[in-house]
Design a protein around this ligand. Structure first.
Ligand SMILES: [Mn+2]
Length: 346
């Protein structure tokens, strides 16, 4: 790996990149794709602003890190946020909202609903194709890959590309409050609530899907999880019961990691954390993990010899007022650890 050293104490206000790292894409080992998309978001709003608020907050981070030291010297870059997808997001989110409103008022105009749903599904499929193509470009350039959403529908194309690259020989570590295994949600095939169902339908799918923090799901999802042999779900209530009975997080985290193969892709929905860390996320749920528990888990994952082959961070939102800096701050710190451990495990 070629690394280019620079002075991390210099204050840089980069118009590009992330964490104030003054390197070009070509000079960086790790490249992130921002995806400003939240068309199927059902409840809260703002996840499409995730890449922007994370980038803004990222400049406050001290680059030297106790756990990962100078890993950043390999260089982290976030590509420009696409104006095209910002405007497509606005257009199709309005259509999706219309569908939800029609359903709420129990409209009998089924033909209209069907037409609008089809438009949203088509737009989502195009977004996924674009993410797939862009992910492949980054991987083909020999870079490590990360995606910054957007809602949780955004990484499908990236996971598809990474599964193909490794011929399915990867496990996904999925951190989330929700199981995200609905067959479709409100008629939307590529809903944020369906991401892991869609992942498990890919022609080349991961050989293992390990979920943690899950605490909001329907009975169909519970049955799907329990009847899918490639899946292992650590429900939040199970984690808490073990902790409350005195088991250490080190022992529980070790059990989680045991379920994963050597190569691991991390799909991190910020709402897997306790909502005090992400109060503005679209669908916050009480309970959840602490940032320290997640950091400990990442560290243990790296120590176990596993290799992070890609990651996404999604559902970080500034809220409807688009004003919460706290959510961006937490998001930037989670993203920074993901970047650091990606470098150190490769
Ligand atoms: Mn999710």
């Amino acid at each position: 790996m070629t690394t280019k050293k620079f002075d991390p104490t210099t204050t840089i206000s980069a118009d590009f990149g992330i964490f104030g790292i003054p390197l070009t894409e070509a000079e960086c080992k790790l490249v992130m794709l921002p995806v400003p998309w939240e068309v199927t978001t059902s409840y809260g709003k703002g996840a499409s602003h995730g890449p922007r608020i994370i980038r803004e907050a990222s400049e406050q981070i001290d680059l030297f890190d106790f756990e990962t030291k100078n890993a950043f010297e390999a260089g982290y870059f976030m590509q420009e946020i696409s104006e095209h997808w910002i405007s497509e997001n606005k257009k199709f989110k309005a259509i999706a909202q219309q569908v939800i409103a029609l359903r709420t008022e129990q409209s009998e105009d089924h033909a209209l609903i069907e037409k609008l749903v089809a438009q949203v599904n088509e737009a989502s499929a195009k977004l996924t194709d674009w993410v797939y193509t862009e992910t492949k470009k980054i991987l083909d350039a020999g870079k490590l890959f990360g995606l910054v959403g957007g809602d949780h529908s955004t990484p499908l194309g990236a996971i598809k590309a990474i599964c193909e690259k490794h011929a399915g020989d990867i496990g996904i570590l999925h951190i989330d409050a929700h199981s995200d295994t609905r067959k479709a949600y409100q008629g939307f095939q590529q809903s944020h609530a369906s991401i892991m169902y869609n992942v498990m339908q890919l022609p080349i799918k991961p050989k293992k899907l390990v979920q943690i923090g899950i605490r909001d799901f329907c009975e169909d999802e519970y049955n799907f999880v329990k009847s899918t042999p490639e899946m292992k779900t650590f429900f939040d209530v199970e984690l808490k019961q073990r902790l409350f009975k005195g088991e250490s997080w080190a022992s529980i985290a070790s059990d989680i990691i045991q379920e994963l193969p050597k190569k691991v892709y991390i799909s991190f929905d910020i709402d897997g954390l306790d909502p005090r860390y992400c109060p503005s996320t679209g669908t916050p749920v009480i309970g959840g993990l602490s940032t320290d528990e997640v950091f400990f888990l990442f560290n243990l994952l790296a120590q176990s010899g596993r290799q992070i082959v890609g990651f996404d961070l999604n559902e970080v939102s500034p809220g409807e007022a688009e004003s919460s800096e706290w959510d961006g701050n937490v998001g930037a710190r989670m993203l920074y650890k993901l970047c650091n451990w990606s470098i150190l495990t490769n």
